[in-house]
Each structure stands twice: as C-alpha cells, then as structure tokens.
Write a protein that binds this ligand. Structure first.
Ligand code: 5GP
Ligand code: ZN
Length: 115
C-alpha cells in the first residue's frame, strides 16, 4: 500500500484545494502557506527528488510539471506580480514530504538569500 501523502492527494484519495489538474500533475494550495500565494505543483508519478528521476523520464515529467506550474501562475496572476519556484530536497533543505514538488511562492516581497 502506498502511504505517500502526495500520491494520495494526486489520486484524489485525500482532499486538497486544487488550482489545476491534468493527467500529469496537480497544483494545490499549501496547507501552511508561507506567503499570500503558496502553491505546490506535484507530478502524479512518485519520485522523492529530482535526482531520482531516470534520464529518459526527465523531459516528459518536467514538461508536464512546468506546464502545470505555468497554468497556476497564469490563473493566479502571479505571472505578472513576480514569484519564486523552490524545490527542497533532503533533510538539510527542509524537505518534509518525500514526493517531488515545486513550491510556488508569491504575493509578498521575498527575501534573498532564503534561510
Ligand atoms: P517540503 O517541506 O517537503 O518542501 O514541502 C511540503 C509542503 O507540503 C509544506 O509546505 C507543507 O505545508 C505542505 N503540506 C503538508 N501536508 C499537507 C497537506 O496535507 N495538504 C497540503 N495542501 N499541503 C501539505
Ligand atoms: Zn508519492
């Protein structure tokens, strides 16, 4: 049995506030937002991190994932306002859900460098 949180949300087995969905990916609102707009773009296929994706699967996976990111950017207006895309990988980067996802952050002035 797959106990992965984002696999369950992707499969519709757990609820989420969805902005976008297609056969490859979903974009949901983060349950604990760190900015006024905080979305998560999640590929439906399970990989813990980018370095786990086989080379031949990289192009279609990222094409689908980045399309979902752009759909959410356009529908939320962040494409005009500015935004940040973040992938946390591993404990030291603060990854808490081991299913690859891209954070989409916006709606406030974002600091650099990040903490
Ligand atoms: P990570 O820490 O792995 O980079 O990001 C995981 C993100 O998932 C966190 O920002 C956290 O708030 C979010 N998250 C954790 N559980 C849930 C959930 O059940 N639903 C939603 N929508 N977001 C979640
Ligand atoms: Zn998963």
């Amino acid at each position: 049995m797959n106990s992965c949180l984002f696999c369950k949300i992707s499969a519709g087995e757990l609820p989420a506030d969805k902005l976008y969905e297609d056969e490859n990916a979903i974009v949901i609102r983060d349950i604990n937002p760190q900015s006024p707009h905080h979305f998560l773009a999640i590929p439906k296929k399970h990989y813990p991190a980018v370095h786990d994706i086989p080379q031949n699967e990289m192009p279609p996976l990222f094409a689908g994932l980045m399309n979902a990111v752009c759909q959410a950017l356009n529908s939320s207006g962040l494409h005009n306002a500015g935004y940040r895309l973040v992938i946390n990988s591993g404990d030291t980067a603060g990854q808490t859900v081991p299913h690859l996802h891209i954070h989409i952050l916006g709606g406030r002035q974002l600091e650099w460098p990040p903490g």
